[in-house]
Write a protein that binds this ligand. Sequence first.
Ligand code: 5GP
Ligand code: ZN
Length: 121
Amino acid sequence: MQEKDCIFCKIIKGEIPSKKVYEDDKVYAFHDINPVAPFHILIIPKKHIVGIQTLEAEDECLVGHMFYVARKIAQDLGIAPDENLNKGYRLVFNVGKDAGQSVFHLHLHLIGGRKMEWPPG
Ligand code: 5GP
Ligand code: ZN
């Protein structure tokens, strides 16, 4: 299930240190080493999946769980939209090199704590 040379598999196993924010039997979440905003969390499955580009039908629920965990973390961090839909955060999958994917273990970026621009670069 886990890949020998994958840095995120090594983070899950504790072989590379990380600042954990959440863990359960399916996912692990930790602070990005090079944050692009005041809050930048990565949510990754414990199962090694290269990215959305290789997602299998059996992993559909796992991706839904990643989004649900992102929602909970954003609420805990105090960056979730309020009743007037103010504040907010961004959830991003970079899929492939042209999209900016540099680590080939599926990860959901949770980015917040500042106002975002659109369209992204
Ligand atoms: P990608 O560019 O593939 O969408 O995102 C990979 C992310 O992983 C980048 O934001 C990068 O800063 C982060 N990253 C790469 N290596 C490490 C690491 O060893 N530890 C942590 N915490 N983040 C990492
Ligand atoms: Zn991996």
